[in-house]
Design a binder for this molecule. Structure first.
Ligand SMILES: Cc1cc2nc3c(=O)[nH]c(=O)nc-3n(C[C@H](O)[C@H](O)[C@H](O)COP(=O)(O)O)c2cc1C
Length: 385
């Protein structure tokens, strides 16, 4: 365990970090990070479906030298993880995206910057992390291509197009809590902030002093949403008419690796192969979008079998233990994205908190591999029952 995260020695798992995050963040913001959509059956089912993946340990295998090394999109890394794009990490902690990127850099894994980041990619790049950039297609495609130029110039090597957010998700608790992006001033939100002075001074006040009211950093200046402003310009609203034609355009335009995030069907996975994508993320967006969507653990092995190594596969949604990483890899993923887990760590203690969570997941993964008799990640599929 590194000294930097020694101050979090009482945090023993992701659930501990989640509880610490719940204490520190205003209720509305914590709910935005933590919860799902509509009746939130997806959150429960993601957990149940992961739990239902049982792995058969191989005994009498030498596990004195366990390696979590893996290769994702041509890069060898010490852990098979990528920090998933999460909008508004910069509201969870001051310069939260930079803090998350530093934790990713320390762990030797990529950090995926969200289109809806509070911190601009140019500042995040200074963290030294390998950067991926996540794209939501804007109605004005020309402006969107301008954003891609900016991401490329800042050093993003991989473009992750999120394809599972065709419409706005229904999250009623945000309405009840008075929480929304862009932030809106209300008595309820004001009281929530007042009851969480650590966050109010450590995040909101710092933002006000250093850069002004937090806003989406990648939106053109004229269209940025700030506290109290009602809505974003229509030009940079998320397009609802995104089709495979856009993928063809993006494949021609983007010089780096192209990843489609939010695939849950075999036919879509095959279409991603046909369109020259480099990878897909089998994901239901952490059960934040469509509550009745099938979970990645249910479809992963069928998708992996169908694409037969012609495209790399990442998976996410619901990872809370190292064993969950092992489960996704056993089912056929090459790598795993983690969304809420590092965000809980970030809320608890910035970069060091996020590092603590990544270290815990890494240590749990190694323990799982030891018990399973799979000292290398490539052998995990042998343990599927
Ligand atoms: C607060 C929050 C914001 C998110 N914002 C984005 C986003 O901007 N773009 C995107 O593609 N996915 C976004 N996601 C989804 C994550 O990238 C990822 O798919 C999901 O969190 C994985 O599930 P997990 O949180 O259980 O690990 C967000 C998730 C959270 C929790």
């Amino acid at each position: 365990m590194s000294t930097s995260s020694a101050s979090f020695s009482h945090i023993l798992n992701v659930a501990d970090a989640r509880r610490a995050a719940a204490r520190r963040l205003p209720k509305g913001l914590f709910a935005y990070v933590d919860r799902g959509s509509e009746d939130e059956t997806g959150i429960r089912l993601n957990r149940e479906e992961l739990d239902a993946v049982r792995l058969a340990p191989k005994v009498l295998v030498d596990v004195s030298d366990i390696s979590t090394r893996s290769t994702i999109l041509g890069h060898e890394q010490t852990l098979p993880l990528v920090v998933a794009p999460t909008a508004v990490a910069g509201l969870v902690w001051h310069d939260g995206e930079i803090a998350l990127a530093k934790a990713a850099a320390k762990a030797g894994i990529p950090f995926c910057v969200s289109t809806q980041s509070i911190t601009p990619i140019e500042r995040i790049a200074a963290s030294g992390a390998r950067l991926w950039f996540q794209l939501y297609v804007w109605k004005n495609r020309q402006r969107m291509l301008g954003l891609l130029d900016r991401a490329w110039a800042a050093g993003a090597e991989t473009l992750v197009l999120t394809v599972d957010t065709a419409v706005t998700p229904n999250r009623e608790y945000n309405l009840r809590n008075g929480f929304g992006i862009p932030l809106k001033a209300s008595w309820r939100a004001g009281l929530d902030v007042a009851l969480h002075p650590g966050w109010a001074t450590g995040v909101m006040l710092k933002a006000l002093i250093t850069g002004g009211v937090p806003s989406y950093a990648h939106y053109p200046e004229a269209f940025r949403s700030r506290l109290g402003r009602e809505a974003l310009s229509d030009e940079v609203a998320l397009a609802r008419d995104v089709t495979w034609q856009d993928i063809a355009v993006l494949r021609r335009y983007w010089r780096g690796k192209l990843v489609l995030k939010g695939i849950l069907r075999i036919d879509d996975a095959r279409a991603a192969v046909e369109h020259g994508c480099d990878a897909i993320v089998v994901s239901n967006h952490g059960a934040r979008n469509l509550d009745c969507a099938i979970g990645p653990a249910k479809v992963l092995s069928a998708i992996a079998e169908a694409v037969g190594g012609r495209i790399e596969i990442l998976a996410d949604s619901g990872v809370r233990r190292g064993a969950d990483i092992a489960r996704f890899l056993a089912l056929g993923a090459n790598g795993v994205m983690i969304g809420r887990a590092p965000l809980f760590g970030l809320a608890m203690g910035g970069s060091q908190g996020a590092s603590r969570v990544i270290e815990l997941l890494s240590s749990e993964l190694r323990i799982t591999m030891g018990f399973l008799g799979t000292p290398e990640l490539s052998r995990l599929p042998e343990t599927v029952c």
